[in-house]
Write a protein that binds this ligand. Structure first.
Ligand SMILES: Cc1cc2nc3c(=O)[nH]c(=O)nc-3n(C[C@H](O)[C@H](O)[C@H](O)COP(=O)(O)OP(=O)(O)OC[C@H]3O[C@@H](n4cnc5c(N)ncnc54)[C@H](O)[C@@H]3O)c2cc1C
Length: 403
């Protein structure tokens, strides 16, 4: 019989056990990906706990732009490994993630930012990442709707074109990893808040939750914007500050834009979704907060700068606006690995405004670290000890909208 849809549940509701090999706090892309890759390595006694719903944090709120045109020799191979994993992930998870490698253009409006993009293009090419400088004429050919004229305050002077960049359906990614992890035996628990971390003799022994205590030797902190609150429960101090980041979508339009357009100088980015909506985003709000609410000043900023790039959108209505909470580090790079102060307390945090794209590589490499006890080479530069050792990885290309 032809079955148009499946009545099978995407993931099961299992009873919370009192003991697990690994407890992961946070059911966003990072927590769920780690659970999935641990199961692939044969570690199945894994619980993922979230005080909200799956993907209720930044993973369900982000604009899901994927790229690897970073700037540092540490960042480029790391994000490129992820981009290559995205290319096969729909097939691997047996779930359509709607990945579209439509191409990504970062436009520059000043000579200084063009010089920065030139450095990135060279670093990308040396490390095998497809990206190159383009002039405003070529940008106009690829994106007919964009204004490359001189009649604006900051005319476009060129850009960095990264053909393999694009975007993906964020909630499909969360559901795909959740379903795959569940099928392999991981246990997913929503509405389960972690309220304490148990420790003895310098190592983790368990977590306290609103559903009771759980014993474990390994706890992963994958709570992005809230990571310092969990770290504090473990007596670990993180150099992370939480800032809101907002985005919005317009009413659906006929196809007008088939590239991701980012302006570092105007702090705005735009792409068109499969449904026709334009997805617009910007820089973090200029104050620390755990608020996920949207604000009028940010909307005004996004709208006015989008119109500098695309004056043709002036009559288009914005339909929805929202916010998430981003865990910003001083060097715009993540913090990955076991906390030096506490054995068994693993950090997968510091994802700021750019962590969704790193979900596959980070999930796989943190699972490898837990399984083998060895830090994989590609995440070694992002170790939690780098701050004390003065080895920061200044990844200014992490936030696409920063110059
Ligand atoms: C508007 C916006 C746009 C973005 N755009 C992009 C983009 O285009 N590309 C990109 O790569 N990145 C982007 N990002 C960043 C990206 O969304 C995040 O870096 C990434 O989703 C982090 O995933 P995560 O799994 O670590 O955390 P999250 O998805 O935030 O999950 C953390 C989870 O921890 C849970 N939690 C917190 N405290 C507790 C507790 N005490 N007990 C139990 N659970 C707890 C929360 O409920 C939450 O579900 C954007 C972010 C925002 C907000």
């Amino acid at each position: 019989m032809l079955r148009l849809f499946s009545r099978e549940r995407m993931w099961r509701r299992r009873d919370l056990q009192r003991q697990y090999d690994v407890v992961i706090i946070g059911a966003g892309i990072h927590g769920l990906a780690i659970a999935y890759y641990l199961c692939k390595r044969g570690i199945h006694r894994v619980a993922v706990l979230d005080r909200s719903y799956l993907g209720g944090g930044n993973s369900g709120r982000n604009t899901a732009i994927l790229r690897s045109n970073y700037r540092t020799t540490e960042g480029i191979p790391f994000y490129d490994e992820s981009l290559k994993m995205w290319e096969n992930l729909s097939e691997e998870l047996d779930y359509n993630l709607m990945f579209s490698q439509q191409g990504h253009i970062t436009v520059a409006h000043t000579d200084a930012s063009l010089a920065g993009l030139r450095v990135r293009a060279s670093a990308n090419q040396v490390l095998g990442v497809n990206s190159r400088l383009v002039d405003s004429g070529e940008i106009k050919k690829m994106v007919p709707a964009i204004n490359v004229g001189k009649d604006v305050r900051y005319p476009i002077v060129g850009g960095l074109y990264h053909p393999p960049g694009g975007n993906i359906r964020h909630d499909a990614v969360v559901w795909g990893y959740a379903r795959a992890a569940d099928r392999m035996g991981a246990s997913l628990h929503t509405r389960t808040e972690v309220i304490g971390i148990n420790r003895q003799n310098g190592r983790v022994t368990g977590v306290r939750t609103t559903a009771g205590d759980i014993q474990t030797n390994t706890v992963v902190n994958a709570t992005s914007g809230w990571c310092t609150t969990i770290a504090r429960m473990a007596g670990v101090s993180l150099p992370v500050t939480s800032f809101p980041l907002q985005a919005c979508v317009t009413e659906p339009l006929k196809p007008v834009l088939d590239k991701v357009i980012v302006s570092a100088n105007l702090h705005v980015y735009v792409n068109q979704s499969d449904r026709g909506e334009l997805v617009l985003g910007s820089e973090i709000d200029p104050y620390t907060s755990y608020s996920q609410r949207s604000t009028l000043p940010t909307l005004e900023m996004i709208a006015s700068h989008t119109l500098d790039l695309f004056p043709c959108l002036r009559d288009v209505a914005v339909m929805r606006q929202w916010g998430g909470v981003c865990d910003m580090t001083p060097d715009y790079s993540p913090i990955l690995g076991e906390a030096p102060q506490l054995k068994g307390f693993v950090l997968d945090v510091g994802w700021g405004t750019y962590g969704f794209k790193a979900g596959p590589v980070s999930g796989a490499r943190i699972a490898e670290l837990i399984h083998t006890g060895e830090t994989p080479e590609v995440i070694r530069p992002f170790s939690p000890s780098r701050f004390a050792e003065d080895r920061l990885v200044g990844e200014k290309a992490a936030a696409a909208v920063s110059t």
